[in-house]
Design a protein around this ligand. Structure first.
Ligand code: SAM
Length: 247
């Protein structure tokens, strides 16, 4: 009797899993001038409309769509995962010379951040509800951002969840594309999750266009985010660093 032993599976035989690319659009908020929405477009059956070729839905878009009076050369900075927006509000008030966008995927937090901007009369910041990766990859003009801020991103601590983390090579590529040239564009990073920081430091060191400027950095302009305040009260350490784009 012959026993059939199946050949070991060659991983290269598996079709690559491609994520579906949907068409999206930037919209104003109906109530708050400080809020914008990056939304998927839906068909009459309420299904998101895929792009024809499954390629990114690149948009011709300019920062003057957020600030029609944008002065030539005004620095633009972006916060990724702005949460309830307290860094955005304090920082934008302290730095009136720049324009600031806090991107937050959770509608209720993005609205909350936007209402704080409105109540505090912050003229130079926008709260954008949407996926930071899509906005940076598909909308933000090349060579236009002076700094990126990413504080306490969701750590996705379990091994099987880690691919959901925002900080990954394709995300860094999107930041690089958007970063201003001149070797001065900074990426401010912090997390309370040691293993995420270790992975981040490895990624920074392996990425040829990044250079570590400061480890054990203090809070940017002395401002702590909502989560950082909470974690410090709980006695958790915060791992912070600043890297720079070589461009
Ligand atoms: C742990 S919270 C930290 C919030 C804030 N940075 C702080 O330190 O208080 C992480 C935030 O990132 C947001 N987020 C997760 N994925 C995102 C994405 N793809 N684009 C924008 N925001 C995202 C989450 O909704 C959440 O509000």
């Amino acid at each position: 009797m012959t026993v059939h032993i199946p050949a070991p599976e060659d991983p290269s035989d598996k079709p690559a899993r491609t994520r579906i690319e949907f068409r999206h659009q930037l919209q104003d908020d109906k109530e708050l001038p400080t809020v914008r929405h990056l939304v998927n477009l839906f068909d009459e059956n309420k299904k998101p409309i895929p792009t024809a070729d499954n390629l990114p839905d690149k948009k011709k878009w300019s920062w003057t769509d957020f600030w029609p009076d944008l002065p030539e050369g005004a620095p633009i900075e972006v916060e990724i995962g702005a949460g309830k927006g307290n860094f955005m509000v304090e920082y934008a008030l302290k730095r009136p010379e720049l324009r600031f966008v806090g991107i937050e995927i959770e509608p209720k937090y993005a609205k909350y951040g936007g209402s704080r901007l409105f109540r505090n009369h912050v003229p130079n910041a926008v709260s954008l509800r949407g996926d930071a990766f899509l906005f940076l990859r598909d909308y933000v003009p090349e060579n236009s951002v002076s700094a990126f801020h990413m504080y306490q991103p969701d750590p996705w601590p379990k091994e099987r969840q880690r691919r959901r983390r925002l900080l990954r090579p394709e995300f860094l590529d999107a930041l690089f594309r958007a970063a201003k040239p001149g070797n001065e564009t900074l990426f401010y990073w912090s997390t309370d999750f040691k293993e995420y920081d270790e992975r981040a430091q490895e990624m920074f060191a392996e990425t040829p266009f990044l250079e570590l400027v400061q480890s054990d950095a203090p809070p940017t302009w002395g401002i702590m985010t909502n989560f950082e305040k909470k974690y410090r009260l709980e006695g958790r350490p915060i791992y912070r660093s600043v890297v720079r784009f070589l461009k």
